[in-house]
Design a protein around this ligand. Structure first.
Ligand SMILES: [Zn+2]
Length: 182
């Protein structure tokens, strides 16, 4: 059976399938693979692809050896991103439940909200797009004290046409080691 060979990325540990001898860049992080075949063969004249596979490549028969770095690596890249994109899209009603009902009755909903054309805009460095009656404005983020040590940065945007209606986006970029259960 043909074994499958991978070049391990020294930057992100991704295992790049060694499909051809021209695999030069990491599929996952896009960085140049330090141990790509073309450069290796320059430094190892006379050697063959077979030697390269044996000396440099990783095989996939050690299943766990493949899976673990992949998982960890995915986690490292995607989790902070995901959390960064964790949008708290809040429709705040700062009053008792009776008002909460009232705002959803057409007669009570501010006409501007119903009649204005809702425009789709993109907010923040993570490019969160939402539709709202007005463009949200960037505001000073309100860092919750208990989360401060875990936050790299926050971006906040809101739109508050009336006291009873607020649309807000909070982009929170947590430190890498933070695990959120969503
Ligand atoms: Zn990589």
């Amino acid at each position: 059976m043909n074994e499958h060979y991978f070049i391990k990325c020294t930057n992100c540990n991704h295992l790049n399938s060694f499909k051809t001898e021209f695999v030069t860049f990491c599929d996952q992080c896009g960085k140049k693979l330090k141990n790509n075949f073309q450069e290796w063969i320059k430094n190892n004249p006379g050697k063959t692809i077979k030697d390269f596979k044996k000396e440099i490549c990783v095989t996939d028969n050690g299943h766990s050896a493949v899976k673990i770095p992949l998982k960890r690596n995915r986690y490292r890249i995607f989790v902070p991103l995901l959390i960064g994109v964790l949008v708290l899209f809040l429709v705040w009603i700062n009053f008792a439940p009776i008002d909460l009902k009232a705002i959803y009755l057409p007669s009570k909903t501010p006409t501007a909200i119903l009649k204005d054309n809702w425009n789709r805009s993109t907010y923040g460095k993570y490019g969160i797009a939402i539709s709202a009656p007005e463009k949200l404005v960037k505001i000073e983020p309100n860092y919750p004290d208990e989360l401060k040590p875990y936050i790299v940065e926050m971006e906040s945007f809101n739109y508050r046409p009336s006291k009873k209606f607020t649309v807000a986006i909070n982009n929170t970029f947590f430190k890498e080691q933070v695990r959120l259960s969503l």
